[in-house]
Design a protein around this ligand. Structure first.
Ligand SMILES: [Zn+2]
Length: 324
């Protein structure tokens, strides 16, 4: 209807206004063509978050976030238990704060490219920037947050999502020793390596009790930690890469495992295009474009596979009966 009215208006309008109206029509039809109805999206598009959250039939809006309805029910039960000393076994009620849930492709891409830009001064090569960001942030299209099954949790509204905040003194010492050894292995001086981690002096993190309770109890409610422990320890020599520990990140095991099984068959379709990894600008530079395409083929494609599948075994087995 709107289109018909606008078409009539184009025919009657003076030439320059008609041209402007045609542009509007063109832009509108391109925008319409870019967003097919949710039911027409491929499985790979859905798994990589290429849709508007409000269009997904299983996602529900809860506060500022979207999450799958069934995952929300599990999460609500977990939160209720933590608040109730009779259920939690804690002396006092423990609050759980949600820091992130569903994230779409565009949101992840913007965040990713923002991190790439921020590292321009520190890392000369694009591939080194990619490696550095991949310690914690997923490439667009490959984040478990696209599935609506993941929650990032903290004990207060500041959402201080750094591992040392959730660690005991011993755990933090081990974390520091590991990062120091990795730094030295790169041939960097001991003095510089020591300065790299500002948080190695800290003792017990304020979120250690919070984390320990989740570690011991979240399984009962169907949650698991995909990025538990260090990546090299999750499956031994099977993987050489993977995300660093993320003590704030929890998965609804059954729903996430179904998505993981589905994505295994569609892996080549969820790898983001080079422009979404390195940014449009570098891809436009002649000579550089070819070099980056090569890096994309040889390194990024493999990194996607390793980062998606190098998850802790507790998210492969699931502590609850998934009925599948
Ligand atoms: Zn997360």
């Amino acid at each position: 209807m709107v289109l018909l009215v606008t078409s009539g208006a184009v025919a009657k309008a003076p030439p320059f206004i008609a041209a402007a109206l045609c542009m509007v029509l063109l832009v509108t039809s391109v925008a319409v063509a870019k967003a097919p109805p949710f039911e027409q999206l491929s499985k790979a598009a859905v798994l990589s978050g290429k849709f508007a959250a409000e269009d997904h039939p299983e996602l529900r809006k809860r506060g500022p976030f979207y999450i799958r309805g069934d995952v929300w029910e599990r999460y609500k039960a977990l939160k209720a238990c933590a608040r109730d000393p009779a259920c939690s076994g804690l002396k006092r009620p423990m609050g759980i704060v949600t820091c992130s849930m569903f994230r779409g492709y565009r949101q992840q891409k913007n965040r990713w490219l923002g991190e790439m830009k921020e590292r321009r001064g520190r890392f000369r090569l694009e591939i080194d920037r990619v490696d550095n960001i991949l310690r914690y942030l997923a490439l667009p299209g490959t984040s478990r947050h696209h599935w609506g099954t993941e929650v990032d949790l903290a004990w207060n509204r500041q959402c201080m999502m750094s591992n040392h905040q959730y660690m005991s003194a011993e755990e933090n010492t081990r974390r520091c020793d590991r990062s120091n050894a990795r730094c030295l292995a790169k041939g960097i001086s001991p003095k510089i390596c020591r300065q790299r981690d500002r948080f190695c002096w800290r003792r017990v993190g304020p979120g250690v009790k919070f984390y320990n309770w989740l570690r011991d109890n979240a399984g009962r409610f169907g949650f698991c930690q995909p990025y538990k422990g260090y990546p090299e320890e999750r499956h031994g020599p099977l993987f050489t890469r993977g995300y660093e520990p993320e003590r704030w990140h929890w998965s609804s095991c059954c729903e996430a495992r179904r998505n993981l099984n589905a994505i295994a068959k569609l892996l080549d379709q969820v790898v983001p295009p080079p422009a979404d990894v390195f940014g449009r600008q570098p891809m436009r530079i002649k000579g550089k474009r070819e070099a980056l395409m090569e890096v994309h083929q040889t390194v990024v494609v493999d990194a996607v596979r390793q980062h998606i599948f190098n998850i802790h075994a507790e998210c492969l087995t699931c502590a609850v009966d998934c009925g599948d």
